[in-house]
Structure formats: structure tokens, C-alpha cells
Design a protein around this ligand. Structure first.
Ligand SMILES: [Zn+2]
Length: 299
């Protein structure tokens, strides 16, 4: 069975076709149109072209930068705002003449890494994409745990745990709350924090990491502060669902220091101060989203 995955991003729409072993048979990407009707027609066209070239009919999974309400079937919380309030799965199913599975892109990331990525062989995988923002997903037995409200894994909008006095009410988030985990552990949050403590005006996490490599003291302290906040946030995940493995994706997952630094910090924060959970880098990088969309129908 051929599985087609679509990763619907705000600027690009990617398609992949995988065979049952996970080999890539076809891949392509196009610009994402900025209206709803054009967006779904573009997806349908990309699938038609892929299937024509492969001469098969495939299953279709779609990852979106938002969630589908399990109660109404409508998309919500998408930063590609033109798909909000729309019955995307239903409309695509109608256009394609088959059932289509739609899920949050962070859930797709977790599924990809659970099925044949860094989390393979593990029953419960917590996947975190830390880039401009922070999205997370839960894969249980290789399947996305969407949740009753479609909110499974949206822990980035919980407050940062064990906040210090200086952290309390120090950030505001687009979601309307203060001190969300995302505002501290996203790449954006890392840069904001460094600038705050140094009066610098950097714009990229890579710039801070270059300073760390040169032995810069303020950058080194900022990285330690970042790792400690990430550990506090992940300790809550361990205390709540105790995943078998935690896989990181997004730009910040390329900071190798995280993987050597976080283990003892996690141990310090979890209940009982005993923690064997590994925090690892993703296998498929930016392709994890589109691969996970393909695996929404299972391997
Ligand atoms: Zn928030």
C-alpha cells in the first residue's frame, strides 16, 4: 500500500509518497495559496500528479499547522488563518473521493519519529518541535493521540514550571496567557532571553551558539538557563505521561549541547529524582512532518 503525506505549511505545501518500508517513491513541493479553496484544490492537484506518475491510488494523510476539533470537525488554532473554521478533512475527502486523515503537524512529527525515526520501537513517544514557536505531539503505538478536544500534546501553552520570581509574568504569548513554555523554550524565546540579559540585539539562536563556541560567558549562561527551562518543561511531561522517549525537532534540536546537558537536569526535577528517559534528536529533520502525515494511516 502506498501512503501519501501532505505537509500543509504557511508558505509551502509538501507531498511525499512512501512504500510500506518507508522508502520515498515521490516528493514535491509547491507554494501554499493564501485562500482556502485554492489551498485544497492545490493539495488535490498535487495528489493527482503524484498518483498519475506512480500509477496507483494511495491513502492520504495531511498535517496542518493547527488542530481539527473532534467535536465540530473544523480546523482551529492554525497560523495559516484561512483554513480556520473550515471542514478541511471533509472537503478534501469529497474532492479526492476517499477518506482523508488530517492531524496537527506536531502530531505528525511524533508519528514519523515513532514509526521509523528516532523513537522506533517505543510505545509512547513525545515529540517536540522547537523552532520559531513550540509544538508537541504524542504518538501511542505509532498513532497520533489527538485527544478529546484535539489538544493532545499542546503543553507549550502551559506555564513554565517552577518559575523563579524574575520569570513570573515576564513574557506574554499570542494565545493570551503569560509565561507559556513556548515563550521560553522556542528559538525565539532563547534569543529574547539572551537579548534581555545582555542588552544585545541578536535575531537568531545560531548567533548565540556561535558565541558559546567562542567561550562567551553570557551566551554560555543563557544556554544553561535555556536547558534548565527545557528540563523543567519536560519534567512535567515525564510526571504526567512518562513517555518512553522524547524526540526533539525544529531549529533548536540542532543544538547538540542540549542532549548532553538535559539528562541530569531532568533527573533533578522529576518526582523521586530518578529518570532514565532519553531525550534524542529527530531522524528525519524537516521531512518528519510530511512523513508522519503519510503514516497517519499506519505503516
Ligand atoms: Zn501560549
Amino acid at each position: 500500500m502506498i501512503r501519501i503525506g501532505i505537509d500543509l505549511g504557511g508558505t509551502k505545501t509538501a507531498i511525499i509518497a512512501l512504500d510500506s518500508a518507508g522508502n520515498t517513491l515521490y516528493q514535491q513541493q509547491t507554494a501554499t495559496p493564501k485562500t482556502y479553496q485554492a489551498t485544497i484544490e492545490n493539495i488535490a492537484l498535487m495528489i493527482a500528479q503524484a498518483e498519475k506518475q506512480m500509477n496507483v491510488q494511495a491513502s492520504v494523510g495531511v498535517g496542518i499547522p493547527g488542530t481539527v476539533s473532534s467535536q465540530t470537525g473544523l480546523v482551529k488554532n492554525a497560523n495559516s488563518t484561512w483554513i480556520n473554521g473550515k471542514p478541511l478533512a471533509q472537503d478534501l475527502s469529497h474532492l479526492l473521493g476517499r477518506e482523508v486523515c488530517v492531524a496537527n503537524d506536531a502530531n505528525c512529527f511524533a508519528v514519523s519519529e515513532a514509526v521509523d525515526g528516532s523513537g522506533v520501537g517505543h510505545q509512547l513517544v513525545f515529540g517536540v518541535i522547537i523552532g520559531t514557536g513550540c509544538g508537541a505531539g504524542i504518538a501511542l503505538n505509532g498513532q497520533a493521540h489527538v485527544g478529546f478536544n484535539g489538544l493532545g500534546g499542546e503543553w507549550g501553552h502551559n506555564p513554565l514550571p517552577w518559575m523563579t520570581a524574575s520569570e513570573f509574568q515576564s513574557t506574554s504569548c499570542f494565545c493570551g496567557h503569560h509565561d507559556c513554555i513556548e515563550t521560553f523554550i522556542s528559538g525565539t524565546g532563547f534569543v529574547r532571553d539572551y537579548n534581555l540579559h545582555t542588552s544585545a540585539n541578536l535575531t537568531k539562536a545560531e548567533q548565540i551558539m556561535a558565541l558559546v563556541a567562542q567561550g562567551d560567558a553570557a551566551a554560555t549562561v543563557a544556554l544553561a538557563r535555556y536547558c534548565d527551562r527545557l528540563a523543567r518543561a519536560l519534567a512535567h511531561v515525564v510526571n504526567l505521561i512518562d513517555p518512553d522517549i522524547i524526540v526533539l525537532g525544529g531549529g533548536m534540536s540542532n543544538v547538540d549541547a542540549i542532549y548532553t546537558d538535559i539528562s541530569h537536569r531532568l533527573t533533578h526535577y522529576v518526582l523521586g529524582q530518578e529518570c532514565y528517559t532519553k531525550v534524542v534528536k529527530n531522524r528525519f529533520g524537516s521531512a518528519s512532518g510530511v512523513r508522519g502525515a503519510a503514516w497517519l494511516w499506519g505503516k
